[in-house]
Design a protein around this ligand. Structure first.
Ligand code: NCD
Length: 308
């Protein structure tokens, strides 16, 4: 049985926890209607201090499909933080109404801070450039659905590896499983931060850093595309220079294995040409759906709700 109160970082999850959540999510995928009353009478609070389409709606849809209800806000401007209320007070207040909270905030560590005063479980739905563990659960469920295993994969991660929190979370988790190799594909300015490398990799880890996508795409089993994170840049001119560093198109897809899958946490800007959407290896919109199912599984686990 999963033994965490909150989900703040992908490091909170052991391999066993991940299998437990993914197994439950796989059951939900097969027969979602069996779970439609599991959270009757429960309330999820969604506190989004930073923009989001998928993550917030995915949490909302997940709780709806479990029979629960949702309250919250989708921008900081509509909360009492504009009056000067501290994050901890806002979260503590909402935890009097809600049984579980999903929150997104532009500052690294915000979800952890919230968890110190909340009277209910906190799920980190993204804290600055730090972590995004429920996107990682989404990615892991997608990999398990298409590849039927979480081991022995060569994973190419492309784009903004510096600010991309989904990448930081995903590498940590996939490194727990045997014999996964990482190819880190980015411009020099957007390389995976040293602190993430130190936290994740040890002498046995297999990874390399390259700049050219075409060179390594034939090796990849999974290609994880990311957008250049405009809002986290200090200089607009640097963003403009780097924003089109990688564009995956049908020409480049010809170089890839027939069973490679392309993932993207979305939103996409320019990094995947829309012509690629028709390629059966492009699974990023199915990934969106798996995100809802895996959040259903996570909410059930943290609320200790079950269908037994
Ligand atoms: C990601 C995020 O917010 O970090 N999106 C998401 O949650 N699906 C990726 C991004 O914004 O680029």
């Amino acid at each position: 049985m999963i033994n965490i109160k909150n989900l703040l970082s992908s490091e909170d999850l052991t391999k066993e926890d991940l299998y437990e959540i993914v197994d439950l999510a796989n059951e939900i995928v097969k027969s979602p209607e069996d779970f439609s009353h599991i959270c009757d009478g429960k309330i999820l609070g969604t506190l989004f201090f930073e923009p989001s389409t998928r993550t917030r709606l995915s949490f909302t849809a997940a709780m709806d499909r479990l029979g629960g209800k949702v309250l919250g806000f989708s921008e900081a401007g509509s909360s009492s933080t504009t009056k000067g209320e501290s994050l901890q007070d806002t979260v503590r207040t909402v935890s009097q109404y809600a049984d579980i909270i999903a929150m997104r905030h532009p500052q690294e560590g915000a979800a952890y801070l919230a968890s110190l005063t909340a009277d209910c479980p906190i799920i980190n739905a993204g804290d600055g450039g730090h972590q995004h563990p429920t996107q990682t659960l989404t990615d892991v469920l997608t990999i398990s659905q298409y590849k039927h295993s979480l081991e022995n994969h060569t994973i190419g991660l492309v784009g903004d590896l510096k600010y991309g929190r989904t990448v930081h979370s995903l590498i940590k988790v996939m490194n727990l499983f045997d014999n996964n190799k990482f190819i880190l594909i980015s411009p020099d300015e957007l390389k995976l931060p040293q602190y993430v490398k130190e936290e994740v990799f040890d002498a046995n880890s297999q990874y390399k850093e390259v700049r050219n996508l075409e060179e390594v795409i034939p090796e990849c089993d999974i290609l994880y595309m990311t957008r250049i994170q405009k809002e986290r840049f200090f200089s607009q001119s640097q963003y403009t220079r780097l924003k089109d560093s990688y564009v995956l198109d049908c020409e480049k897809m010809k170089l890839a294995k027939d069973d490679m899958i392309v993932l993207h946490p979305l939103p996409r800007v320019n990094e995947i040409a829309t012509e690629v959407d028709k390629d059966p290896r492009a699974v990023y919109f199915n990934q969106v759906k798996f995100g809802m199912y895996v959040r259903m599984a996570l909410i059930m686990k943290l609320l200790e709700a079950n269908n037994a």
